[in-house]
Design a protein around this ligand. Structure first.
Ligand SMILES: Cc1ncc(COP(=O)(O)O)c(C=O)c1O
Length: 424
């Protein structure tokens, strides 16, 4: 009955964790990658909504279909904002960037469209290990071979990446490499960003090894804008001066509201018509109304105010997690260790190698008994990892949803299980 794609769709690993959260409301979920409920921009969205609806002409046009590519005024505003992030912008006309922006239904849709546009079964995608597991599931369903490159504190290790690209060249496989995928800012799941001094060299490696066709760099910057303090390094995309290699994927889900479900991508010229055509097949345009809402919030300053607000909320939540881990498990370092986020929503937590954090393992069961759960780290590893393996001793902790006292309690519960497991 089912198509090939339907047969290979599988069941996303995360749906089991979502069911668990619903079935057991007593559990503290450090698993859900949702945003903070209480800082969602109710007032700002209400104001923007009224602004749109108060004027009959603007209301009608917002309630009508828009274009496949996305609202031109919004795209221009996004292009201006992207240019404002670049170190040198004087010579660039925002219109040339706006032309290559496609507004999508969340950045997830852009990831899907790119997989559709580029990846045939057996094609290779290179990704950080660990990486965003929802994209891994999607790529698996398309029959991609995902090869993981180990990370360190500075994100993807370029020496490993280069060795992998050299090996694939020697094996005659380099033409099957379609893209290098990086969750470049405060990654889901590791919480780490690609180091500023690796960004240019990563783009150069892609350029050097792409021979008969480009090896695209997919810069998934979902958490850009959410750096707690100080300026953000220029994006991976900003290192692609010719604009022909890096696809820059952004979303309003984390900085504004996932319920709005709007993202966008800047797409290289050569790829642009294909991605746009596929977007046409999907839905011939993301919600026009939601795009207007975002535009209003950008124009009124509500969007920037919201970013400042949530940055403060997440900075405070991150420090609750890190301080509680330090207080409860600090004496067990380095056998037990964790990343300290400088932005975003995640802490990547590692146990000694012999402890398995798998969904069907004893440690996960003990956590459920204690009343807490997490995303098992193994979900985040591609099937093949260059010079390494799928680690089974790690987990992703997300501090997005639980209020601070619950977060503290959740981490304390987790720490109790860790101490018992290690006999500490
Ligand atoms: C790294 C990363 N990319 C993309 C997405 C997709 O989000 P959305 O489709 O809501 O923009 C997410 C969501 O969690 C994410 O973590």
């Amino acid at each position: 009955m089912l198509s090939r794609l339907g047969l290979d769709a599988g069941r996303p690993a995360i749906s089991d964790l979502m069911r668990l959260a619903l079935a057991r409301p007593d559990l503290i979920s450090l698993a859900a990658g949702f945003v903070d409920q209480y800082s969602l921009p109710v007032h700002g969205a209400d104001e923007a909504w009224r602004d749109i609806m108060d004027d009959a002409a603007s209301a009608r046009s917002a309630l009508q279909y828009g274009t496949t590519q996305g609202d031109p005024v919004l795209r221009y505003a996004l292009a201006q904002r992207l240019l404002a992030e670049l170190p040198e912008t004087a010579a660039i006309d925002p219109a040339t960037i706006a032309e290559r922006i496609i507004v999508t239904t969340g950045s997830q849709q852009l990831l899907y469209l790119l997989a559709e546009a580029l990846v045939d079964p057996g094609d290779i995608v290179i990704a950080e290990a660990p990486t965003y597991f929802v994209f891994l599931d999607l790529l698996a369903a398309r029959g991609a071979r995902v090869i993981g490159v180990p990370i360190d504190e500075g994100g993807m290790c370029l020496a490993h990446l280069e060795a992998l690209l050299e090996r694939l060249t020697a094996e005659g496989e380099i033409d099957r490499v379609k893209m290098i995928y990086s969750v470049s800012e405060h990654s889901n799941p590791s919480g780490l960003s690609l180091a500023a001094d690796r960004r240019g060299p990563l783009v150069e490696l892609a350029r050097k090894f792409g021979r008969n066709h480009p090896i695209y760099v997919l810069d998934d910057a979902a958490y850009r804008g959410l750096t707690f303090e100080g300026p953000e390094a220029p994006s991976l995309w900003s290192h692609d001066a010719s604009g022909d290699l890096v696809i820059h994927a952004r979303t309003f889900s984390k900085t504004l509201s996932p319920g709005v479900k709007i993202g966008y991508g800047v797409v290289p010229q050569e790829l642009f018509p294909t991605v746009l055509a596929l977007k046409g097949h999907h839905d011939f345009g993301s919600s026009n109304l939601m795009q207007r809402l975002i535009l209003k919030m950008i124009e009124s300053g509500q969007y920037d105010a919201q970013i400042e607000r949530v940055k403060g909320v997440y900075a405070s939540k991150a420090s609750v997690v890190v301080e509680t881990l330090e207080a409860t498990l600090g004496d067990l370092k380095p056998a037990v260790h964790w990343t300290v986020p400088r932005g975003g929503l995640y802490v990547w937590f590692s146990l000694p190698e012999h402890v398995r954090t798998s969904r069907d393992g004893e440690f996960f069961a003990a956590c459920l008994e204690e009343g807490v759960f997490y995303v098992p780290g193994e979900y985040c590893f591609p099937a093949a990892v260059e010079s390494g393996q799928r680690d089974r001793n790690r987990m992703r902790l997300c501090y997005g949803v639980p209020p601070e006292p619950i977060l503290k309690e959740g981490v304390e519960r987790l720490a109790r299980v860790v101490r018992r497991t290690l006999g500490a």
